[in-house]
Write a protein that binds this ligand. Structure first.
Ligand code: SF4
Length: 81
């Protein structure tokens, strides 16, 4: 698995930097339909992640204490963190 995972969710491009993630789980609490832990305890995207409301995803990205999650709008502008 690469160090950065990317998924398109409701017009947003969302990235997980798996090297930065320390597994606090804040993102899972904010958006349990989007993120889950893999077997290493690092955040990854759920299969059904694409169906999440974009505003929920942005809040989840902002909740990450180590800024491991980034979200970009369709113009490529960063909207989180
Ligand atoms: S909130 Fe950040 S550090 Fe915590 S599990 Fe999610 S991506 Fe990892």
């Amino acid at each position: 698995m690469s160090d950065v995972e990317e998924r398109h969710i409701g017009g947003l491009t969302v990235q997980i930097d798996r090297l930065l993630c320390v597994g606090f789980g804040d993102c899972l609490e904010e958006a349990p339909e989007t993120f889950e832990f893999d077997e290493e305890g690092i955040a990854t995207f759920k299969e059904e992640a694409g169906g999440t409301e974009p505003s929920v995803v942005v809040e989840a990205c902002r909740a990450c204490p180590v800024d491991a999650l980034s979200a970009f709008d369709p113009d490529g502008d960063q909207v989180a963190p």
